[in-house]
Write a protein that binds this ligand. Structure first.
Ligand SMILES: Cc1cc2nc3c(=O)[nH]c(=O)nc-3n(C[C@H](O)[C@H](O)[C@H](O)COP(=O)(O)O)c2cc1C
Length: 171
């Protein structure tokens, strides 16, 4: 199983990127072939402008992946702008794919913001979501390291379930 982890934040010290790294490590231990795509390395142009080669490359990677883990930072109780660009431009061959969500936010009360991503993926491409989301806020990090035991335990469950359901959906 080939899992693509999309880190969609452009922030220099992105917290959702840290979640991606942690999940990547855990998936390796579960023998899942996973790769992180860090969109800070990409030129992201809005829709209706000339598409960068990087985005075409990303679209191909997303198309080829068996399943996806999408990491988002909450912006105004919704997804961030860079993730919207990726969804609009690169999600063409994702019909029915299994996916999971990792979310970083400033506070503890924005957890329903991930529902916007759920709505887009399920309504537009009939994607199937793991019904467990990893959500972390500022208080869960220290010196750009994930510290919260609660989030780490939750993440472990997320990875175990993602790996086992992901494999079953492929057979
Ligand atoms: C424009 C903007 C809007 C934000 N809106 C929210 C919000 O509605 N709720 C919240 O809990 N945090 C909010 N935040 C804080 C971010 O979710 C937080 O910085 C998080 O770490 C972002 O993920 P990232 O570090 O991976 O970019 C906002 C941050 C920015 C820059």
């Amino acid at each position: 199983m080939n899992t693509l982890i999309i880190s969609s934040s452009l922030a220099k010290s992105s917290k959702s990127f840290i979640l991606c790294q942690e999940v990547h490590k855990r998936l390796q231990k579960l023998n899942v072939k996973s790769e992180i795509i860090d969109v800070r390395n990409f030129q992201l142009n809005p829709y209706h402008s000339i598409q960068s080669e990087e985005l075409v490359h990303l679209e191909n990677k997303i198309s080829q992946a068996d399943n996806l883990i999408i990491a988002m930072g909450v912006h105004n109780y919704s997804i961030n702008d860079s993730l919207k660009i990726i969804l609009d431009n690169c999600f063409k061959n994702v019909e029915g794919k299994f996916f999971g969500i990792l979310c970083a936010a400033g506070g503890d009360k924005s957890y329903l913001s991930t529902m916007h991503l759920t709505q887009i993926c399920m309504n537009e491409w009939k994607m199937i979501q793991l019904p467990r989301t990893v959500y972390a806020s500022y208080k869960d990090f220290n010196n750009n390291t994930l510290k919260s035991k609660e989030v780490k335990d939750w993440m472990m469950l997320f990875c175990n379930e993602f790996a086992s359901i992901g494999k079953k959906l492929m057979s």
